[in-house]
Design a protein around this ligand. Structure first.
Ligand SMILES: Nc1ncnc2c1ncn2[C@@H]1O[C@H](COP(=O)(O)OP(=O)(O)OP(=O)(O)O)[C@@H](O)[C@H]1O
Ligand SMILES: [Mg+2]
Length: 250
């Protein structure tokens, strides 16, 4: 089941060094946003404006100074997956076991672990590498394992922090399409938040794009991407959205 995400009146400050007064300014002060279950939204904005911090707060990896982040069922029931810029695989486990490892804390789905893993490996095109160790894979293959692992639990919420930015453009294009396929293929599409510096990627994947800027950060623009799915990476509408994001940022 996917879940609404409601962020209200968020305040977050990191204690900075005394030498730079600005670093003590709150990153967020009264920021709110609402994402409906099954939507995929993108957060874009300059480096350091707080995008990864926002994902960490939603993931529960960090706590706000004020405000709250609510899901539509209690936090304990939420299955949440995160894909980072680096694949963060366990080097001592094979590809297959890197995916299966997520079932260890989820008794319900354990019975299906072999089937789900097999199916996901096929969907990300890595069946022949099921027994390979990560060090023998390319960067794009490793990130495909990370994406497969994220989908293995059929997450309610999927957080993506620059998932393709460490890859060459051709591989990144392929993985954007793969992500769209996996996301569309879920019975209950996870509610997604994608952080990216690639504006075409944001336009391609998101239902709505939040342009963050300033300190404390505010949304300088919120852009709806009203395009049916599956989308094409070369749809001219994406370039129009790209132009609007850049206008909001400059
Ligand atoms: N754990 C932390 N302790 C202290 N300061 C932090 C911490 N995490 C982030 N910051 C600071 O908060 C600010 C926002 O960081 P964040 O990583 O959220 O930015 P970002 O928008 O994701 O940037 P980028 O696009 O470069 O990834 C930065 O100034 C950073 O130094
Ligand atoms: Mg970041």
């Amino acid at each position: 089941m996917s879940s609404d995400i409601t962020v209200s009146d968020l305040k977050k400050t990191f204690a900075g060094g005394a030498r730079r007064a600005r670093s003590n300014a709150p990153l967020f002060d009264g920021l709110s946003l609402s994402i409906t279950a099954g939507e995929l939204v993108a957060l874009v904005g300059p480096s350091g404006c707080g995008k990864s911090t926002m994902l960490n707060l939603v993931a529960g990896l960090d706590r706000p100074d004020r405000g709250e982040i609510r899901f539509d069922h209690g936090q304990a029931d939420i299955d949440l997956s995160v894909v980072f810029q680096q694949p963060r695989l366990l080097d001592w486990l094979t590809v297959e076991d890197n995916i299966r490892v997520v079932f260890e804390r989820d008794g319900k789905k354990k019975g299906n672990a072999a089937h789900i893993t097999h199916d996901l490996l096929a969907r990300v095109g890595l069946t022949e590498h099921a027994h390979t160790y990560p060090q023998f894979l390319s960067g794009g293959q490793r990130q495909r394992v990370a994406i497969a692992r994220a989908f293995a639990i059929s997450p309610d919420i999927l957080l993506l922090d620059e998932p393709f930015s460490a890859l060459d453009e051709l591989t990144a294009r392929r993985l954007r399409l793969l992500l769209q396929d996996l996301w569309l293929g879920e019975g209950h599409r996870p509610t997604g938040i994608l952080v990216t510096h690639n504006m075409l990627e944001a336009a391609f994947l998101a239902d709505r794009i939040y342009v963050l800027s300033g300190r404390p950060a505010t949304f300088s623009s919120i852009i709806d991407v009203d395009l049916p799915r599956p989308r094409s990476l070369d749809d001219p509408v994406l370039f129009d959205v790209h132009r609007r994001i850049m206008q909001a940022l400059t």
